[in-house]
Design a protein around this ligand. Structure first.
Ligand SMILES: *Cc1c(COP(=O)(O)O)cnc(C)c1O
Length: 394
């Protein structure tokens, strides 16, 4: 049995706040400040010697720890850069591994940066590739032998709708396409088994459910039997076989290290290392069971108390770890909730998005949040000018 009060104690959440936004920016794990202090002291005392005290190996070591949460074997995950960059790298690798094909298949629910990166890559390759978008339910039927790579985000950032990774990977393989999975809303949210699903390529971020802080680096995975076929499009010196030989010409490192680009963000990696401690002794299956129970409690409460319409799939097994509702005044409703200390977020055009993160949320939090949603709706607290003024980040 997982002690959920103990996992809650691993986070420094402000008093009086119910945080339903751990899907967007995870809260501060209590061990982070001390770990960062330690690395700051190392910088102060060891100066450049820090690189030989472990900093340089961190991207792979932390990649292995993330790998345990996503079903990736040791040596198949590296950490660095932002998720947009990792999407670019993996997509470029996929297009080259299927160089006779011209279609990138994705769905219209995908997160914009993934689609934008694909557009930019297509333009710079200039070889007539096409980004083909279909509805999420139509993906399987749209897989043809024109498709080089199926690029999907497993859990839809707006609705929480979750694709069946194993089934769609199998379907992609059956037409000879590769499958690239974005795990931004999956890693630390739902059990993921990259090996079991046979996924070819995957990436995700560490500042959402993995709680490593604003600007924390992303991770990338390549199936072990494919990695030595990957020619890095972003051929930076730290992905070189011998960075400190300073050779004039690029040779890729063996294995996943070739997806490294430049100098690792050591301070952010210190935060990530401490943040990953929050998962010690916690199984993803237990997290999932509790997430489903808390989500069901939230949906039942909100539907009982208000007229908000569920935007997420009704079946909890087809959702990730968030629940979304639709309302034309969604933005103002979220602002009114924030004014009451219930932090969720709004996604255009009309989505009220509430993240359910079992490591630090309890049944009591969910019941209290339902009470606040009910009060906001009953009292029309959203219907005030200050709730409707749009801020830059929603
Ligand atoms: C959050 C998110 C991103 C963010 O990319 P960054 O480069 O880290 O800003 C990308 N893709 C998906 C699917 C996301 O959910």
């Amino acid at each position: 049995m997982t002690d959920w009060a103990a996992t809650r104690a691993r986070f420094a959440l402000p008093e009086g706040v119910i945080y339903l936004d751990g899907n967007s920016l995870g809260p501060l794990p209590v061990g982070v400040p001390e770990r960062m202090e330690r690395v700051l002291a190392q910088w102060r005392d060891s100066l450049i010697g820090g690189w030989n005290e472990g900093w340089m190996a961190w991207p792979g070591a932390l990649g292995d720890r993330i790998g345990r949460l996503i079903g990736a074997p040791e040596g198949t995950v590296t950490v660095g850069d932002t998720l947009s960059i990792k999407v670019h790298q993996l997509l470029a690798a996929a297009l080259e591994m299927r160089s006779e094909r011209r279609v990138i298949l994705s769905d219209r629910g995908n997160f914009p940066t993934d689609l934008y990166m694909a557009e930019g890559l297509i333009a710079s390759l200039g070889r007539g590739h096409e980004l083909r978008l279909v509805e999420p339910e139509e993906v399987e039927g749209a897989l043809t032998e024109e498709v080089a790579v199926l690029m999907l985000t497993q859990v839809d950032y707006r609705t929480g709708r979750m694709h069946d990774m194993a089934a769609l990977t199998g379907a992609a393989h059956s037409v000879g396409a590769l499958a690239l999975w974005d795990l931004a809303h999956s890693a630390g949210a739902v059990p993921v088994d990259l090996s079991g699903a046979g996924a070819d390529l995957a990436c995700g971020c560490t500042y959402k459910y993995l709680n490593a802080g604003p600007g924390a680096p992303a991770f990338a995975y390549v199936r072990p039997d494919l990695i030595d076929d990957v020619r890095p499009a972003l051929s930076g010196w730290l992905g070189h076989a011998a960075p400190f030989a300073f050779e004039p010409s690029y040779r890729p490192a063996r294995g996943i290290d070739r997806l490294r680009v430049g100098t690792p963000p050591v301070l952010q990696l210190a935060a990530l290392e401490a943040a990953l401690d929050a998962w010690d002794g916690v199984g993803m299956d237990a997290v999932r069971a509790r997430s489903v129970a808390l989500q069901e409690r939230l949906v039942a409460g909100v539907e009982r108390e208000t007229d908000l319409r569920l935007a997420s799939p009704r079946d909890p097994h087809r959702r990730g770890s968030q629940v979304s509702f639709r309302h034309p005044e969604g933005y103002a409703i979220v602002q009114a909730l924030i004014a009451r200390g219930v932090i969720g977020d709004f996604r255009s055009p009309d989505i009220v998005r509430l993240g359910v993160t079992p490591l630090f949320l309890s049944e009591g939090d969910i019941d209290a949040a339902v009470g606040h949603v009910a009060a906001v709706m009953r009292g029309r607290e959203w219907d005030r000018p200050e709730m409707k003024a749009r801020r830059a980040v929603t």
